[in-house]
Design a protein around this ligand. Sequence first.
Ligand code: UD1
Ligand code: CA
Length: 457
Amino acid sequence: MALEVIVLAAGQGTRMRSKRPKVLHEIGGRPMLSHVLETARALAPTRLHAVVGAGAEEIRARYASTPDVSWVEQEEQLGSGHAVLQAMPGISDEATVLVLYADVPLVGAATLEACVAASGERGGVALVTADTPTPDGLGRIVRDADGGVAAIVEDRDATDGQRAITEVNTGILAAPATLLGRLLGEVGNDNAQGEYYLTDIVGGAVAAGIPVTGLATDDPGEMLGVNDRVQLAEAERRYQRRNAEAAMRAGVTLRDPARFDLRGTLRAGEDCVIDVGVVLEGRVELGADVRVGAHCVVRDSVLADGVTVEPHTVIDGARIDRGAAVGPFARLRPGTELGEDTRIGNFVETKKARLGAGTKASHLAYLGDAFVGERCNVGAGTITCNYDGVDKHETRIGDEVFVGTNATLVAPLDVEDGAYIGAGSTITTRVAAEHLAVGRARQRNIKGWKPPAKRKR
Ligand code: UD1
Ligand code: CA
């Protein structure tokens, strides 16, 4: 059986009070629309349609490199039923149609599968409902005396009695294409908002004796619709709770799952410990026994077994080998590669820098475009001057080099194995192996020097 999915994303999103189209607002660092498209793909539909209207250009630009979506323009936002109707010409008569709302981002594939299956079994309309203590603003499910679904009544059109109903419409619905097209054709706009409601097809189906199945989800997060930023934050927290639980089940200790944020993917070995306020972005891979201290940001990086990251460290695009220790207050920028048992301490910044095993830069340094060998010591205040205002240049340091504090290393520069650089030096030319380089003014001690006398008034 062919399945086609329609994702509705044309609404104004007025309640967000935003310049941005609502469906581009993010959950876990990705637009809500991306979450819904990804879940839809899990059902392997023959076609995936997205109806866009408000902010259509911005949305299509964002998904320019997403070839599997066929975009449908809804020029005027005349309601969710009207939106589905715009997509119908592109849908095969034999297909079962699944309608998703881009502003209901956390629905799961299993729920969708059950909905599609229920429509298939009875050849009618299937919809997903949820029971909630806070049904305000949502469509209510009106059941008949036998417990069958009789209609969906929108909040604004509901009587007081209907408003007391706690079973609500999630927005997810499946039906055979021809039936859906026919029912939509009968929907009018005589309601509080003057819109063509998709939800009115339920009343139409019931009147025509077509089976309507209401499936209740038990996960309240799945039905969460995002209309404003309060609901966006609620959806974010629910999403992060899921991420946190998945990480804990996979063997990661989270000091507080409520203060854990994954905006991408995490792979972690056994017995990692992540402290509070850590934000993981992009693709993050942790080996076993990795410890990440409080309030760190780790983005697109690989940390091998036993790496320790102290609090308030930012790691972006780095590879860190076994046993290395980083932070607190360190910043590793893209292209950083730290060898085994290296040590990067507070207020050290690295960029496109490779440090060999056992090398230490324990405090206050900038290492950019720098290749440092093994077992070196980089003193506090060391700066690689990699930029001449036009081009970037490299600093290459051999093994077992000692760089004294406050050294200024003007690139391009080679410092060979075993060299020793005196504190406070400005080094501009090659330092040969085992040599001591001192590049600073000599100290003069002046005897009999008189401090300035205090002026008389
Ligand atoms: C809708 C449902 C309501 C349900 C709730 C669940 C209708 C009439 N009501 O209400 O029963 O409980 O979702 O969250 O569907 N859209 C378009 N074009 C339009 C209008 C809307 O594409 O002209 C899209 C929106 O982008 C959104 C979806 O349809 O993805 C729902 O529209 P919205 O205005 O958010 O409806 P709700 O009031 O939330
Ligand atoms: Ca909505």
